[in-house]
Design a protein around this ligand. Structure first.
Ligand SMILES: [Zn+2]
Length: 200
């Protein structure tokens, strides 16, 4: 009992840290149109970085944080160039809780930015999502276990707070809820290959 309380307290702690010198160097080594190099699991150093835990960002100064804004712009460029539907900051070597996810459910919103995201509710059972893939794992696809919906909260790039329920787990129609879960996992150092459906 005491152990489980201590454990849940531990899970609830989120560390907020400023960008490190190395992170600022990466962010500012190109302009908004310059894609980042996407870390690859096939590279030994990259693969360690992809397994690390990211930290929260100070939400008071989101709109005025020039380095954060450039990071977001460059992540957008990187995602477009790579042809992905989502990308997380650690995939560029920036260990901060920031990712982009494509709004298949709301095409007019296009790509959304999630800063300090949380998954606050989900159903008990998972589904098997077909053909997950990752910009950091070359030439590999697989079916992954995902929640069919998630209740989430996050801040956007303007510093506005959002809380909403994301649905959509069909590869053929809408899989916005799965994109959010995939990118959220990157912030914990988790990859889709950790969540493969049991072989049938
Ligand atoms: Zn990925």
């Amino acid at each position: 009992m005491i152990h489980s309380i201590a454990f849940s307290l531990l899970l609830a702690i989120h560390f907020m840290t400023p960008f490190t010198e190395r992170e600022l160097e990466i962010i500012h080594n190109g302009d908004a149109q310059t894609p980042f190099r996407v870390l690859q699991t096939t590279d030994p150093v990259d693969s360690l970085m992809l397994r690390m835990q990211s930290n929260d960002i100070d939400t008071d100064s989101i709109a005025h944080n020039a380095s954060l804004q450039l990071l977001i712009e460059r992540l957008k460029t990187t995602m477009e160039v790579a042809g992905g539907v989502g990308i997380a900051a650690p995939q560029a070597g920036i260990l901060k809780n920031v990712f982009l996810f494509t709004r298949i459910d709301h095409p007019e919103k296009d790509v959304c930015v999630a800063i300090n995201p949380r998954i606050i509710d989900h159903p008990v059972n998972k589904i098997c999502f077909e053909r997950d893939g990752c910009l950091s794992i070359p030439d590999t696809g697989g079916n992954s276990l995902r929640f069919p919906w998630v209740e989430v909260e996050y801040w956007d790039e303007k510093g506005q707070h959002h809380r909403e329920r994301l649905e959509g787990y069909s590869r053929k129609e809408d899989f916005t809820a799965v994109i959010f879960q995939h990118e959220y996992d990157h912030l914990q150092g988790i990859l889709f290959i950790d969540k493969l459906c049991p072989a049938q």
